[in-house]
Design a protein around this ligand. Structure first.
Ligand code: IPE
Ligand code: IPE
Ligand code: MG
Length: 254
């Protein structure tokens, strides 16, 4: 029997939550995708990077306003030099070749993470893409690149100390203001592909109350239908934020 919540019912039933305003994704499984096909791991990173366009388009069509994609972590520098260099090259190429099309579709590009350690050319490409798309508002696409949650918190704490903020003025809002995600709402839904059940240091502050969706599908195979399923799954969740809650009374992602 088919489920009563078929594709077409997304966001139309009164009892369901709205489409999540902010979806964040841990795009994992590129290496295994390639290895299982007898290909070098970098082919998986190429296929994974190509998938970004497909998922950004689908997310926009489904009504997602903020999409955050994790492409490279601060811990990924631990990989063999060839793989790191290859990933940086593939992403740099993608930024250069995809920005114009994203701009035409009204996407606003942002970056979270540290630009330190990236080549001057890559830093310039990222800054150029951000500048070009600054006034777009169809969807905010944030690339988490050279991003790690602990590194982010550490730089925020250093900045707070450097700014001489006294301890009695430190609030959760103030800390959020010092994070890379300062003007991006917290994610409502975090999706991790490839069957791993861990955060791996992703948005550890911001995702404190996100709903999580884990799927065994490897990132290059994760398509629009999988995204739709994840959103439908989210729409059946009841978010309580520590209270006793009621699904119909939540307004956090309206
Ligand atoms: C995710 O795929 C991309 C990056 C971490 C850069 P992986 O490269 O981690 O793929 P698996 O987990 O080894 O399959
Ligand atoms: C998380 O995946 C980072 C990205 C997807 C960019 P990893 O493959 O690096 O995570 P671990 O090492 O399995 O925890
Ligand atoms: Mg991995």
């Amino acid at each position: 029997m088919t489920s009563p919540q078929s594709e077409s019912t997304i966001n139309t039933r009164e009892a369901l939550r709205p489409v999540p305003k902010h979806v964040a994704m841990i795009m994992d499984g590129n290496g295994r995708w390639a290895t299982s096909r007898g290909l070098p791991r970098l082919s998986g990173h190429e296929a994974g990077t190509e998938n970004i366009r497909r998922i950004t388009t689908a997310a926009g069509e489904l009504g997602v306003r903020y999409l955050t994609l994790w492409a490279f972590s601060t811990e990924n520098w631990r990989r063999p030099r060839d793989e790191v260099d290859g990933i940086l090259q593939i992403l740099s190429h993608a930024i250069d070749f995809e920005t114009e099309a994203l701009h035409e579709r009204g996407a606003q590009l942002r970056h979270i993470g540290s630009l330190d350690g990236l080549s001057p050319e890559l830093q310039a490409s990222i800054r150029g893409a951000i500048d070009l798309t600054r006034n777009n508002d169809a969807i905010v696409l944030t690339l988490a690149f050279n991003y790690g949650g602990r590194a982010e918190l550490m730089q925020a704490i250093k900045q707070i100390v450097d700014d001489g903020i006294p301890s009695d003025q430190i609030t959760e809002d103030l800390i959020s203001h010092y994070l890379y995600t300062e003007d991006i709402p917290d994610p409502d839904l975090v999706i991790r592909t490839s069957g791993e059940f861990r955060t791996s240091n992703f948005l550890i502050w911001q995702a404190a109350y996100a709903e999580w969706h884990f799927t065994p599908v490897l990132w290059p195979d994760f398509g629009p239908d999988h995204l739709r399923q994840a959103i439908e799954d989210y729409q059946h969740r009841e978010r309580r934020f520590g209270g006793i809650g009621h699904r119909l009374h939540n307004t956090d992602s309206e």
